[in-house]
Design a protein around this ligand. Structure first.
Ligand code: ADP
Ligand code: MG
Length: 321
């Protein structure tokens, strides 16, 4: 890993008796993209708020470029940009006015301010909309504007909290193209998302579940974990009609350890000795004529599903003990 830009060590946040973030530790390398995933309510935004110096950690420490996020809040403010989960735009202001206002909040003025605005308009291709009120922009363009506003003070680390939630696939891809341009210029990005295709594009990903970071690493490394590839098993992709009926049937079949729907198909984790014709037969018995079966490697989603199920089972056991 390159030199660390973000270092979290035992980062913890309690709200009263509830622990929203529980001893989370990880590093993010300079100039890399870190993808932060996890179900709603697992603590992603709370981690970001602590890293941005908005919330004080209850325990643990975090540093950005060597600066303590709880103590050096002034330096942190200069280094980081933050695009929050809720749109942080002024709807009544135009694109241009939103940019100018954000710049002024960071103390920019005069020629510096207008030069920076022009640069960001060029980078984000907002030219055609400069005089449009933010309220009238589509989701994708609103996100671009929010991103441009968070970059007015030239931060070296950018936090994006679900930047692509609710925007269409084309806008999503274009936004990611922009993110890659930023890292190519040395910026470090910390992004939360629910989209697995976006997670796949990150240098490192972390998965937070019930306030704890349960796994962190490079996507390809995580897919090789032994927990995800138990010895004596294979993973199969089964494409057929009536996937929900098929899923029920597969879950009843001997040797099938897990069955999950994946878009138009399902993924099975089966014992090595389960034969394809057995699967075919079982599907026939519930009225499904033809199935295409391929052996596959685990996806990142398989990794997260497997590890969170394992973690939940262990927690249950601990509670019962
Ligand atoms: P995520 O971003 O992963 O959806 P959050 O970090 O927003 O999750 O929230 C994690 C948990 O902490 C949730 O149960 C949420 O209700 C709780 N939480 C977040 N902020 C506060 C707060 N200011 N006071 C009390 N509870 C909070
Ligand atoms: Mg959140």
């Amino acid at each position: 890993m390159p030199e660390a830009m973000i270092e979290c060590d035992g980062l913890t946040k309690r709200f009263g008796t509830f622990t929203a973030v529980d001893h989370v530790s990880f590093n993010v390398g300079k100039g890399s993209i870190f993808g932060f995933l996890g179900p709603n309510g697992s603590g992603k935004s709370t981690v970001i708020r602590m890293l941005c110096g908005i919330l004080e950690p209850s325990e643990g420490t975090a540093r950005i470029d060597g600066h303590d996020v709880a103590r050096d809040t002034e330096s942190i403010k200069e280094i980081i940009g933050y695009m929050s989960q809720k749109f942080s735009l002024y709807d009544e202001l135009t694109v241009d006015e939103n940019l100018i206002f954000s710049g002024k909040l960071y103390g920019l003025h005069g020629r510096d301010l207008t030069k920076r605005r022009d640069a960001l308009i060029a980078i984000t291709h907002l030219e055609p909309y400069i005089n449009r009120r933010a309220a009238l922009l589509s989701g994708g363009w609103r996100q671009r504007l929010a991103m441009a506003c968070s970059l007015m003070h030239q931060p070296t680390v950018l936090f994006l909290d679900e930047p692509t939630a609710g925007i269409d696939p084309v806008a999503r891809r274009e936004l990611w193209d922009l993110l890659f341009e930023f890292t190519a210029n040395g910026m470090t990005l910390f992004v939360t998302t629910h989209y697995m295709d976006e997670a796949e594009r990150c240098d490192h990903v972390g998965y937070i579940y019930m306030s704890k970071l349960i796994v962190c690493g490079e996507p390809d490394e995580l897919k090789k974990m032994s927990e995800v590839n138990p010895p004596g098993t294979r993973r199969l992709d089964v494409t057929c009609d009536h996937v929900t009926t098929a899923l029920q049937a597969m879950r009843q079949m001997r040797g099938v350890r897990s069955a999950t729907v994946f878009g138009q198909s399902m993924h099975l984790l089966v014992d090595e000795n389960v034969r394809r014709d057995e699967i075919d037969q079982k599907l026939h018995s519930v009225g499904i004529g033809h199935a295409e079966i391929h052996e596959i490697g685990p996806s990142l989603e398989d990794v997260f599903v497997t590890l969170s199920a394992k973690y939940a089972t262990e927690e249950e056991k601990e509670k019962a003990a």
